[in-house]
Design a binder for this molecule. Structure first.
Ligand code: NDP
Length: 329
């Protein structure tokens, strides 16, 4: 094991917080029964918030950010893992209450780890990351609610982002007619290459919502929230379902109950962070089956550890297309 390793650290600096690259020793890590040599991480929207240093996401200081990691077990006293095992971790308080993935070493609870699914490399697992795993949780929720390709189209909002790109690719592979809503209409060729059948401009869904509108889709994966989610609900057809997973457009929900009580529409909440392990493993198994590797590669760009903070700013500005992998070591 490395005696010194590099990490990003957020710590108190007077009244503000500072975010800096530091060198730590294994003794600096928090308690856990598995130590992982982290090879790759990623940048999700939440990571962008944390990398600014003043995010409410972080609930203790100092903190190593990074809600995702993938790598190889170095030490383990957990019965499920042994040195050399390839693993990944999404959420479970990483970057909130426990040191996260932006470090060459992580010490975590073995109960949080998922064995790296066979078809994926550590880099591909992080190309998926929390964003892609959340997209799959949304798809599973829609399936459980009875949304099938035969029932109608599925709209994906924030389609060119991380959750959106994976949702588009997976839903298209499953045979759904995917309508992609984006503020970046220049990304139409990209979204069509992922499998979107129709592209609609974000502005079509961002105006003041009516209680009900014309029925346009049987299901939705929404990473935007606010008026967009309200408009999505108003246009969901009878008996349809909407998976709400994000707040890129705002945390409010200025909707009416009309879609629920007049059309039997369901609003499905998606939380990736504390999702119980059986569902996580199911989501990763389904990603292995239903996410085309070539499409995953096409939506992913790789950056160096030193570019993390720049990528954090870009994702908050809505400038990242698809997914970003960070090479940690
Ligand atoms: P990205 O930034 O990659 O994607 C968000 C996309 O939303 C953007 O690419 C953009 O898509 C669109 N968007 C951005 N700003 C606005 C705006 N003001 N109005 C309307 N659309 C906007 O982030 P992620 O995919 O990583 O995350 C998406 C959301 O999901 C975030 O809010 C994140 O916090 C949440 N999330 C929640 C999880 C959970 O457990 N529930 C897990 C993971 C993410 P386009 O350019 O195509 O319009």
């Amino acid at each position: 094991m490395k005696s010194r390793f590099k990490a990003v650290l957020i710590s108190k600096d007077g009244n503000a917080n500072k975010v800096e690259d530091v060198e730590l020793t294994p003794a600096d890590l928090m308690d856990g029964d598995v130590t992982v040599a982290v090879s790759h991480s990623t940048v999700n929207y939440k990571d962008g918030l944390v990398l600014r240093g003043n995010s409410p996401v972080v609930r203790r200081l100092p903190m190593i950010p990074g809600i995702d990691l993938a790598g190889t077990v170095e030490e383990s006293s957990h019965p499920g893992f042994k040195p050399g095992d390839a693993v990944l971790l999404n959420g479970y308080g990483l970057s909130e209450t426990h040191y996260g993935g932006y470090a060459e070493l992580a010490r975590v609870k073995g109960d949080w780890l998922v064995p790296l699914p066979k078809p994926f490399s550590a880099a591909q697992a992080m190309a998926i990351g929390t964003a892609g795993y959340t997209a799959m949780l949304a798809v599973l929720a829609l399936e459980d609610a009875g949304v099938t390709p035969a029932k109608g189209a599925v709209v994906v909002t924030g389609a060119a982002g991380g959750v959106g790109s994976v949702a588009v690719a997976v839903l298209a592979k499953l045979g759904y007619r995917v309508i992609a809503s984006t503020g970046r209409t220049q990304e139409e060729p990209y979204l069509k290459s992922l499998g979107a059948a129709e592209i609609i401009p974000r502005t079509e869904l961002s105006g003041d919502p009516k209680p009900l509108a014309k029925e346009r889709w049987a299901g939705a994966v929404d990473s935007v929230g606010s008026k967009t989610l309200a408009n999505v609900l108003a246009s969901t057809s009878y008996g349809g379902a909407v998976a709400a997973c994000g707040l890129a457009g705002g945390m409010d929900l200025p909707a009416s109950v009309a879609p629920f009580i007049l059309r039997g529409v369901s609003l499905l909440g998606i939380d990736s962070v504390q999702m119980p392990m059986p569902r996580r493993r199911q989501a990763w198994e389904r990603l292995a089956r239903d996410l085309d590797a070539a499409k995953l590669d096409a939506m992913t760009r790789t950056i160096a550890f030193s570019d993390l903070r720049k990528a954090g700013e870009e994702i908050l500005a809505g400038q990242i297309r698809g997914r970003v992998v960070v090479e940690i070591r």
